[in-house]
Write a protein that binds this ligand. Structure first.
Ligand code: PQP
Length: 401
């Protein structure tokens, strides 16, 4: 039973109440049908796995070029120049994607593996210190935020100075995919400074000559992309690469801290780190939603989504749809989470997922080797965002092995 004051169609999925606890709303959305008009923002919401998956792979009818937020770029001004990767369709999407995919692919990342595993070991050793008893930490500040910030900006090749702009820039970007609510208003106050800094890191001269950024510029030298495209593709890395992995790591830490049997299994078999991370991406879905725009009238069930309408795909809801998953609310290392849509699906499927997986494998392996038990030492505090399911803090107690 869901007790709502308003009918579903009048519900604002971006209200503080639903952002803080989206699961009851998502269940109601799935039960209402394959697609539901949400009148507050005049958008169409999809919460079932089958339709979300189908829309993600149907880029011809569900396009990204009009933006993947609520704002329709064909009728309204975007807050920044559109992304060449996220907010485009073929054929414009193809060259940037073809350039970035090998730079972030498993083969290229082999070069970083040993360095990141060593960095994670150093990071966890420093956190545990030389004492004997358990250690209280904040899983967000001390692990999920600090580890990606330690390794990812170096891998891109940006200078140290100013890196504190990265998280607030990303936080605002992910808020700005939603409606212009209080979260966007609060972020807008400082976004110009964050954006100016981010944009300034995208030029060739600023970037180290051995990072992801330099590899993007090398593609421009080869003529695979233009010199005008290169800085915007570097901007995509800086936009996409920090908050997402922070909240992905936050999700897997929360899952493991609240499922001691999963922690014990990981300690016994550290190669489970990869499944643990993917299952946490399914279970928590750090990127909860993305929009598409209907390129033509699209009939779905008994409804027609009209051309030009915005469709909100609830990735987190699809990842917990009991029509597709067995016991979906259960975090379960024995299930096969593949096919989840937490990294999207189809031609926009997360190009950075191998980077995220490597960060998670490094951090979880270092923890599993050193920590016998991990448990919440107080209730976590949610961080509200129009797109991400996130924690502001997550107090954890780590027991040394
Ligand atoms: C979730 C690309 C991707 C990554 C961009 C951009 C921004 C965000 C993301 C979202 N993203 N994982 O600016 O190109």
């Amino acid at each position: 039973m869901t007790a709502t004051l308003h009918p579903l169609t009048d519900t604002d999925p971006f209200s503080a109440e639903i952002l803080a606890d989206p699961l009851p709303f998502q269940a109601a959305l799935r039960d209402a049908g394959p697609v539901t008009h949400l009148a507050r923002h005049d958008l169409y919401g999809m919460g079932r796995y089958a339709e979300v998956h189908a829309a993600l792979v149907d880029w011809q009818r569900f396009c990204s070029g009009a933006g993947v937020g609520l704002v329709n770029f064909r009728t309204e001004e975007p807050w920044r120049p559109p992304s060449l990767l996220l907010e485009t369709d073929p054929p414009h999407h193809d060259a940037p994607r073809r350039v970035l995919a090998p730079i972030l692919g498993p083969r290229a990342l082999r070069r970083l593996r040993d360095r990141w595993f060593a960095a994670a070991e150093e990071h966890v050793d420093a956190l545990l210190g030389g004492g004997r008893g358990p250690v209280d930490v904040d899983g967000m500040a001390d692990l999920a935020e600090s580890f990606p910030l330690r390794v990812f900006p170096d891998a891109v090749g940006i200078p140290r100075e100013g890196r504190e702009h990265l998280l607030p820039y990303g936080d605002h970007l992910f808020n700005a995919f939603g409606p212009a609510n209080w979260l966007v208003e609060a972020g807008a106050v400082h976004v110009a400074e964050h954006a100016a800094w981010v944009n300034a890191q995208c030029t060739r001269q600023v970037l180290a000559d051995d990072g992801f950024g330099a590899a993007i510029w090398a593609a421009a030298d080869r003529g695979d992309i233009t010199a005008e495209q290169a800085p915007l593709i570097v901007r995509s890395l800086l936009s996409a690469g920090v908050d997402t992995t922070v909240h992905g790591l936050g999700a897997v830490l929360r899952a493991l801290a609240t499922h001691p049997e999963a922690w014990a299994a990981l300690r016994e078999r550290p190669d489970l780190a990869r499944v643990a991370f993917d299952e946490a991406v399914r279970w928590e879905s750090p990127v909860q939603t993305f929009f598409r725009t209907a390129e033509v009238d699209v009939p779905i069930g008994g409804t027609v989504v009209p051309e030009g309408a915005k469709i909100l795909m609830f990735l987190g809801s699809a990842n917990r749809d009991p029509r597709h998953w067995d016991d979906p609310d259960r975090f379960d290392l024995t299930r096969d989470p593949s096919g989840h849509v937490g990294f999207g699906m189809g031609l926009h499927q997360c190009v950075g997922q191998h980077v995220a997986r490597l960060e998670a494998a490094a951090l979880l392996s270092a923890l599993a080797a050193r920590v016998s038990r991990i448990e919440p030492s107080a209730e976590p505090i949610r961080h509200l965002n129009n797109t991400m399911r996130a924690f502001a803090s997550q107090p954890l107690r780590l027991y040394r092995a």
